[in-house]
Design a protein around this ligand. Structure first.
Ligand code: ARG
Length: 439
């Protein structure tokens, strides 16, 4: 086993660095086995990307991780109904399930479940199809929706047993009533109830789009709900499907641990998403609080100084904290992101230091910190070395920039040309505060 694990880790290292891969493997292995992840897979993925899906899941299994898989069969059921010449209606986003519809749908759903189980077994991975016994349900409204269930309880015995015996549990969206009537359950509701029952570390949605898309159709890397939810919901380009998804995720994450995150990605990007800092897809988290210390005490300044040193891998001059002019500290709850702002030219706020650990960058904590910084300081200037990996990102955040040898001076909200010029030369004359200058 450990030899396999080593080989797999080597493979993973090719995606990012082996440090990243090991860090995440450790993190994912530290939660109770059945609580690593719930993976929700749409029927479309089973139809078009079964191979990629099975190999990504098999990979996780070889690493000793046991995701709980929940899949739909929407497109397959639609096709079967069309072939049988049965009209099926949707009310309130629920498929009205007459006896006739159920007769066609049930075998199709089982068939899809078996296909995934078989695809995993063909890769030498133990998988267990759990077509029953997880979702206990009652009729939602028999007259209106037919055989549609409302979940009354989620029974985790079956999937826990599967996990503990080393098999991947593969669940469908079918539930049954206390008398054994099979009921159709809305996929999103089933996923939510399952997540609430398991309280997994990760929630994974596999979609063909590979993430939430921005107005230009590009995947948004990270969404921090605390900061971004309201503004995203106001954006006209956030179309109805995405709006719904965000609402559902927001609701789902409420009441779960702050460390829980949702990854929306595609089957073939899943490994990269899980085992690198940057990921591949959209990572959604509630986000952590960012505190502003308007007059930070010595302990906070000393703590931040230590983090700055660790982040740059250099030593600050002794007395650095004492020499800061009216410092204000912004600090995230996990202390993985921090900013120090001081009084600069004409009292203008100067961003003295800004740090975010690499893994927190992947979570979008840098962007969240930047938003808080922007709101507190509409006018701000700072500088960065050309060689600093964050410099390209600063170009995107700043509304002015000026290159000076190895440095770039940036600003926001400073329109006056004369003031800008003074600001630039002041920034260039500043002592960076390090013990010795690299050159
Ligand atoms: N690998 C980490 C995780 O799965 C971070 C992923 C970051 N992903 C992203 N799309 N920004 O939790």
């Amino acid at each position: 086993m450990s030899e396999v694990r080593e080989t797999v880790l080597e493979l993973l290292a090719q995606l990012g660095s082996s440090r990243e891969a090991r860090q995440y493997l450790k993190e994912f292995s530290s939660v109770e086995e059945s609580r690593f992840a719930v993976v929700k897979v749409g029927g479309g993925i089973l139809r078009d990307h079964l191979d990629e899906l099975a190999s990504a899941l098999a990979f996780l299994h070889r690493l000793g991780l046991r995701p709980v898989v929940l899949h739909g069969a929407g497109p397959q059921v639609d096709t079967a109904l069309a072939e049988a010449g049965i009209e099926s209606e949707r009310i309130d986003n629920l498929r009205v399930t007459t006896e006739e519809v159920m007769e066609v749908a049930r075998p199709v759903i089982y068939e899809q479940n078996l296909r995934l189980v078989e695809a995993l077994e063909q890769r030498g991975i133990r998988a267990r199809g759990l077509q029953h016994g997880t979702f206990e349900a009652r009729f939602l409204d028999r007259d209106r929706y037919g055989l549609v269930g409302e979940i009354t309880a989620v029974n985790l015995d079956g999937l826990r047993r599967a996990v503990h015996s080393g098999a991947l549990p593969v669940l469908t969206f079918l539930g049954e009533s206390s008398s054994g009537q099979v009921l159709n359950i809305n996929a999103d509701i089933a996923a939510r109830e399952l997540v609430w029952a398991i309280r997994p570390h990760k929630i994974i949605f596999l979609t063909p789009s590979g993430g939430l898309l921005d107005r230009n159709g590009r995947v948004i890397s990270a969404v921090t709900l605390n900061n971004d939810y309201e503004s995203l919901m106001r954006e006209p380009w956030v179309h109805s499907g995405m709006r719904l998804k965000l609402q559902q995720i927001n609701e789902m994450l409420e009441g779960l641990d702050e460390s829980t995150s949702v990854s929306i990605t595609s089957a073939d990007q899943l490994t990269r998403e899980l085992f690198t800092y940057r990921g591949a897809g959209t990572l959604v988290r509630r986000g952590e609080n960012i505190d502003i210390f308007e007059s930070p005490d010595e302990t906070i300044l000393a703590d931040v100084a230590e983090r700055v040193e660790a982040s740059f891998g250099r030593r600050l001059k002794p007395g650095w904290t004492a020499g800061l002019a009216q410092p204000v500290v912004l600090l995230s709850a996990s202390r993985r992101a921090a900013a120090v702002v001081v009084a600069g030219q004409d009292g203008l706020p100067y961003l003295e230091k800004f740090i975010v650990t690499p893994e927190a960058q992947g979570e979008g904590l840098g962007a969240a910190m930047w938003q808080v910084l922007r709101a507190r300081y509409p006018r701000l200037y700072w500088r960065s070395r050309n060689t600093n990996p964050i410099t390209p990102w600063y170009f995107l955040q700043a509304d002015c920039s000026e290159r000076h040898g190895p440095w770039v001076v940036f600003c926001n909200g400073i329109g006056d040309a004369v003031q800008r010029e003074r600001m630039v030369s002041e920034a260039m004359s500043r002592d960076p505060g390090w013990q010795e200058d690299p050159s």
